[in-house]
Design a protein around this ligand. Structure first.
Ligand code: GGG
Length: 352
């Protein structure tokens, strides 16, 4: 079981260390951890946020445990050298096109979310975000117009096969849950979204047992805080998914709790090859202070055991340990508590 460990920038190293500790305590036979550099840390050492040796490690691994990237010191760099290119590059390089972002409210946190407790309690949703297309990867540039004004552009596009493959992932996920799928787009304004909607409807014909609905992204943002209980599986594009899943994190209490799996179609001898990361970034303002909540990173490791190694029991063990720690009041600063990174890791480890 080869696991590439790319901690990255800011709080990445601190939270990844706790997730690795959890994995080591489980004492999984044959587990091998291989570290690699990504993000600003890699740019400092190798002059590039995603050096070739890191790409090689990623290719050789069965799964990747990824921390976070983002570094203010890199703000002056051209876009191709920015830390964020490490995560975008890995997703593209490994064709990891399906990002699964589950969101539920843990017991004991109902009063801590941005919603009324009775509304928050209803949340149990899975955002399926497309990762390889959209405006993030379209042609982009800046130029000066004839009248002297500067203009920037980013091309938004989806090819039908890109929509079809993420739609299949979402329909299958819906089949395994409540059988409800909501596709989020902006089809009243964007051609890209109209194609997205047409293709999702075509794919729906293969899943007659799934109830499909469509929602414009602006309405979805509103409904997510008004009545989140109406959603089960939500499928959407790269940009809308990035934004909606951060929004969802506040509906469940903290972005420090949301894990994610990025999957493609590569199968290893153990399961589906994937990259696992918290949805939060590198939080440079609290980096190195032992304050970051490692729970999202630990829960990402649980997703890795489930999807890439078929170790459902071990994944459930980790998730139960996190839930138990939260129910016992072990909370980081992000949840109004005072537990530090290491103390939260200890609490999870002791409950495994
Ligand atoms: N762990 C998530 C992370 O490092 N996020 C930084 C980032 O730039 N993410 C871009 C994205 O998720 O599309």
């Amino acid at each position: 079981m080869k696991i590439a460990v790319f901690a990255g920038d800011g709080i990445g190293a601190e939270v990844v260390a706790e997730a690795v500790r959890v994995l080591e305590v489980l004492d999984l036979p044959g587990m091998e951890l291989i570290e690699g550099d990504v993000g600003g840390a890699a740019w400092r050492k190798h002059g590039h946020p995603l050096p070739q040796q890191t790409i090689d490690i990623a290719h050789a691994a069965d799964a990747i445990l990824f921390g976070s990237v983002g570094d203010f010191d890199c703000d002056h760099l051209e876009r191709a050298l920015r830390p964020e290119q490490a995560i975008l590059g890995l997703r593209k390089e490994l064709t990891l096109f399906a990002n699964l972002r589950p969101a539920t409210v843990f017991k004991g946190l109902e009063d801590l979310t941005s919603l009324r407790p009775e509304v928050a309690r209803e949340i149990d949703l899975l955002i399926v975000r497309e990762l390889n297309g959209d405006v993030y990867f379209g042609e982009k540039g800046t130029r000066t117009l004839e009248d002297g004004r500067r203009q920037g552009w980013d091309m938004m596009s989806y090819a039908e096969d890109e929509v079809r493959r993420i739609a299949h992932v979402a329909f299958r996920a819906a089949q395994g849950r409540s059988g409800k799928l909501c596709s989020v787009d902006k089809a009243n304004v964007l051609e890209t979204s109209q194609l997205w909607r047409d293709v999702v409807i075509e794919v729906a014909a293969e899943y007659p047992d799934v109830e499909l609905s469509h929602m414009y992204v602006d309405n979805a943002a509103m409904q997510l805080v008004k009545n989140p209980g109406q959603f089960d599986v939500v499928v959407t594009g790269n940009l809308f998914g990035d934004i909606l899943s951060d929004q969802a994190s506040m509906c469940v209490g903290s972005i420090g709790l949301l894990a994610s799996a990025s999957l493609g179609e590569t199968q290893t001898q153990y399961g589906t090859k994937g990259l696992y990361e918290p949805i939060h970034g590198s939080a440079p303002d609290i980096a190195g202070q032992g304050k970051a909540n490692p729970m999202a990173q630990i829960l990402s490791a649980a997703m890795m055991l489930r999807h890439s190694f078929g170790l459902e029991d071990q994944a459930v063990r980790i998730e139960a340990a996190v839930a138990s720690a939260l129910a016992d009041g072990i909370k980081g600063g992000d949840l109004g508590g005072s537990a530090g990174t290491r103390a939260i890791g200890d609490a999870v480890v002791s409950r495994l």
